[in-house]
Write a protein that binds this ligand. Structure first.
Ligand code: UDX
Length: 435
């Protein structure tokens, strides 16, 4: 199958490489010439485990190429739209500019029988509107909506072996279903379930899934707040709750909360869309989910300030972690970077480290000091804050670390450390929702 992928960011670049790896003929398009040059050279412009390998082998196979020229999509049968829908400036709603311009740019190059497949996370109702735009163009192409559920850090795995496929299609559009079945033949043969539905349901599956995950995290973080005033231990609470199969243990890790390019902006955009639809009250709880989440960042800052005896100015704070989660270099809406920035704003001498996210962090916040070296980061620190649970940090030997810092106090913003071992090594240990 000949495929084009419009937008080569965290989603599109992985999708393009994975589709070529699966045997399709793929062209990836992006307006960013620098990104296209790097991808064409086999160098991903961001960190994603497994991507360099599939990118090189797909390029070597001759089935994958990248271009800034949208005209190169001509001849492809399926066109995936994988551009971003960030939070709109000054509003909670999603910014649809990139999706709208991608579809507009595609129109002159579409042929009868082509299928434009939306992958971006969009406000419900967008697909029906875009289907109208494509219809009116007279190109003879049709639209389908195929939301993407990949997790950063596991994007290659999630794309090659998704846990489900959702196709939103116009009523009775068997052609789009057949084309998508061909695109995903490998996953389908391996047993991946396919849900064929209408546009609105397909769009809603994505935002509902992210809203559910965000709610689950904020639920356990709300329990952490209660644990903090009762002396209970939220990690044991989560273990005990998780043994109930109906609840499950995953996404019940209390800590500094969720961030990234999806969860925070998706719940806000969902709230904004529901309000537009006159059903704001149905998802009003997502505002509380957002508030609980943001309070956890403040809690980490407050614990650190308290640990410093309320005198923050010129105290050295070592921040372990900058990415919004491990195995990623993404710092979009990262709780870790936010904590570092807030502490710097309070006058602390912040030094932060991260295995992958230093460059992205420095570009946004040059006022913070960065080091790639854990020992250098810890040396002479008056307080240590762990905010991204990279294995490198979770595995730090507390006895070794105690020998480096000025004051052995640690705030474990991800509840990842063995509190007893750190205390035994002489540390004052503070978890979130843990005694
Ligand atoms: C998410 C969805 O999981 C994915 O299906 C969707 O396609 C995109 O959004 P991603 O943003 O890559 O994926 O990250 P995810 O693994 O979901 O983590 C989101 C945030 O929640 C991270 O900041 C993580 O640290 C935090 N988190 C996750 C918790 O705080 N506690 C948990 O128990 C789990």
């Amino acid at each position: 199958m000949k495929i084009s992928v419009i937008g080569c960011g965290y989603l599109g670049a992985v999708h393009a490489a994975a589709m070529a790896k699966l045997g399709h003929d793929v062209v990836g398009i992006d307006v960013d010439a620098g990104k296209i040059a790097q991808l064409s050279d086999g160098r991903p412009p961001f960190f994603e485990p497994g991507l360099p390998e599939i990118l090189s082998s797909a390029l070597a196979s001759g089935r994958l190429r990248f271009s800034t020229d949208i005209a190169e999509v001509a001849g492809s049968r399926v066109h995936f739209v994988a551009v971003g829908t960030p939070q709109r400036d000054g509003s909670n709603a999603a910014d649809m500019t990139y999706v709208d311009s991608a579809v507009d740019a595609l129109l002159p190059h579409l042929a009868p029988g082509d299928i434009v497949v939306g992958k971006s996370t969009v406000p419900v109702g967008s697909a029906a509107r875009l289907a109208g735009v494509i219809d009116e163009s007279g190109s003879g192409a049709v639209l389908a909506w195929n939301p993407e559920f990949l997790r950063e850090g596991f994007a290659v795995l999630d794309t090659m072996s998704p846990d489900r496929l959702v196709y939103g299609v116009a009523s009775g559009d068997d052609t789009a279903v057949a084309a998508l079945n061909e695109v995903y033949a490998t996953a389908i043969a391996a047993g991946t379930p396919v849900v064929v539905t209408d546009f609105a349901t397909a769009e809603l599956v994505k935002v509902a899934a992210n809203a559910f995950l965000a709610t689950k995290i904020s639920f356990i973080n709300a329990m952490a707040e209660i644990a903090e005033v009762t002396g209970a231990d939220v990690t044991q609470l989560a273990d005990a709750l998780g043994f109930d199969n109906r609840i499950g243990r995953r996404f019940l890790n209390a800590g500094v909360g969720f961030g990234g390019g999806c969860l925070p902006k998706d719940i806000r955009a969902f709230t904004a869309r529901a309000e537009e639809l006159g059903r704001g009250e149905s998802v009003a709880f997502l505002k509380e989910v957002d508030q609980i989440n943001l309070r956890r960042r403040q809690r980490v800052v407050d614990l650190t300030v308290h640990a410093l005896g309320s005198v923050v100015n010129e105290k050295k704070v070592a921040v372990l972690g900058l990415a919004f989660k491990p195995h990623s270099d993404d710092v979009r809406d990262s709780p870790a970077l936010d904590v570092a920035v807030q502490l710097r704003g309070l006058g602390a001498n912040v030094i932060a480290t991260d295995p992958q996210a230093i460059e992205n962090s420095r570009a946004r916040h040059p006022q913070i000091a960065y080091s790639a070296d854990i020992a250098e980061t810890l040396r002479d620190a008056d307080a240590v804050v762990l905010v991204t649970e990279w294995p490198e940090f979770a595995g730090i030997d507390p006895v070794w670390a105690a020998g480096l810092v000025r004051n052995p106090t640690i705030i474990d913003g991800r509840n990842k450390l063995d509190a007893a071992a750190w205390r035994a090594a002489g540390w004052t240990y503070h978890g979130l929702g843990r005694p």
